[in-house]
Design a binder for this molecule. Structure first.
Ligand SMILES: C[S@@+](CC[C@H](N)C(=O)[O-])C[C@H]1O[C@@H](n2cnc3c(N)ncnc32)[C@H](O)[C@@H]1O
Length: 221
């Protein structure tokens, strides 16, 4: 179990977890074996990863506790008593799209654990504009990468924090532990992107803003 998926598991709060885009099925198997949940649904849009999850679940002897479902996002998943939905290892745009298609995560106020590989700013903005509140965010270093994992819930109104440019790129990650490296890498990315924009007349103003934001973050580390 890698640290990225472990962080996702730690941000789950209930006893019935649905892992969307499960691939190998490691997360639900780990959570049941570690008694972090009672039951799980492992779903994936593609047959091959779902077969691999089924194989892993069978080998671990957990077929009576983990149901597998072929599903585009949560489209074919029955809400049952699901308490937590994990979407990890996918792009922020895809995660936003899959959340946007599902009604029951709103009605039942499911705990959402979201780990975008790309476009974290798009996901943070989408959550903010669609009535979801990010309650907690944790950074974790895994190999040469640093990830952010968000815990969110539908509240049906705009959250009371500001959706600033800083928030979109750094979220609620604090400059401590693995968070320090997350902020450093995000700032370096912004600095490169911002400097690139300085060359274009219509993007110059945004470029200057991003460079200033990145430099200020790096100075404070
Ligand atoms: C990179 S893997 C991530 C696996 C695991 N969640 C993790 O974080 O290690 C992405 C998985 O998401 C699945 N996926 C992509 N689009 C999906 C969708 N629309 N609905 C459900 N699963 C999807 C892919 O088939 C693949 O198995």
């Amino acid at each position: 179990m890698d640290k990225r998926l472990l962080t996702c598991a730690e941000l789950c709060t209930g006893d019935f977890v649905c892992d969307v885009g499960t691939d190998h099925g490691y997360l639900p198997c780990f959570m049941i074996k570690e008694k972090m949940c009672e039951k799980a649904v492992a779903c994936d849009v593609a047959e091959k990863p779902l077969r691999s999850a089924e194989e892993h679940i069978r080998r671990e002897g957990l077929a009576d506790r983990i149901k597998t479902v072929l599903s585009d996002g949560l489209d074919s998943v029955e809400p049952e008593e699901i308490t937590d939905v994990v979407m990890a290892g996918m792009g922020g745009e895809l995660i936003s799209e899959l959340l946007g298609k599902c009604e029951w995560i709103r009605i039942r106020k499911v705990n959402l654990v979201l780990q975008p590989m790309t476009k974290w700013d798009v996901l943070r903005k989408w959550l903010y504009e669609n009535g979801f509140e990010v309650k907690k965010e944790k950074a974790c270093i895994e190999g040469q990468f640093v990830y952010s994992v968000m815990q969110a819930e539908y509240i049906g109104r705009q959250p009371c924090y500001r959706c600033s440019e800083r928030y979109l790129h750094f979220g609620f990650i604090k400059p401590e532990g693995d968070g320090k490296e997350y902020i450093k890498r995000q700032a370096q990315r912004l600095l490169t992107a911002g400097k690139g924009m300085l060359r274009s007349e219509d993007k110059k103003a945004l470029g200057e803003k991003l460079v200033a934001l990145a430099e200020s973050e790096l100075e404070q580390l």
